[in-house]
Design a protein around this ligand. Structure first.
Ligand code: SF4
Ligand code: SF4
Length: 164
């Protein structure tokens, strides 16, 4: 996995223009069963992907924290939401709460998430490859292929299995 992660951003860069063209065409003519196909590709990829050997999302990019996330995590620590905000979060350019720094402070040295059961919604959904109307998040997906080896593989498999 380490070897893959070292090369992933270059691989993603090499495929960027091909991927942009693919998603532009997909957006114009998405197959009727795209949601079903994405669910299948997502499940197949995550059956063979060991996130605990990776944790690249937690190490290089943080989630955004919704108010519900903040309240839930603060409750878990028996803190006031403001305490959690002051300790770990900042507001970004888009006015969202994000981590003050990465790697995420909740990530352990063994790549386990110490707040797994109450982790932010964005962490649960990353890399969003089983999302409905997947073609609508193409910019985010292309960005994620440089961070997440599973997202990279899913997009490569999409191009093979869902020709446009
Ligand atoms: S909260 Fe957990 S899953 Fe989310 S980035 Fe931090 S360590 Fe990773
Ligand atoms: S979701 Fe992607 S980046 Fe995150 S740990 Fe799993 S494979 Fe790695």
């Amino acid at each position: 996995m380490e070897k893959v992660l070292k090369q992933l951003s270059q691989w993603a860069l090499d495929k960027k223009s091909e991927n942009k063209k693919y998603f532009a065409k997909l957006k114009k003519r998405p197959p009727k069963n795209l949601d079903y196909l994405m669910q299948e590709l997502h499940e197949q990829e995550f059956e063979r992907t060991d996130c605990l050997a990776c944790a690249n999302c937690c190490k290089t990019t943080g989630p955004l924290f919704t108010n519900n996330d903040i309240e839930r995590i603060a409750k878990h620590f028996r803190q006031k939401p403001q305490q959690l905000i002051d300790t770990y979060l900042r507001i970004d350019e888009e006015n969202d709460y994000v981590l003050q720094e990465v790697p995420c402070p909740f990530l352990g040295p063994d790549n386990y998430c110490s707040i797994y059961d109450v982790r932010p919604k964005a962490c649960r959904e990353f890399p969003h490859t089983d999302r409905k109307k997947f073609q609508q998040i193409r910019h985010l997906t292309i960005k994620n292929t440089a961070i997440c080896p599973a997202a990279y593989n899913i997009v490569e498999e999409m191009k093979r299995r869902i020709p446009v």
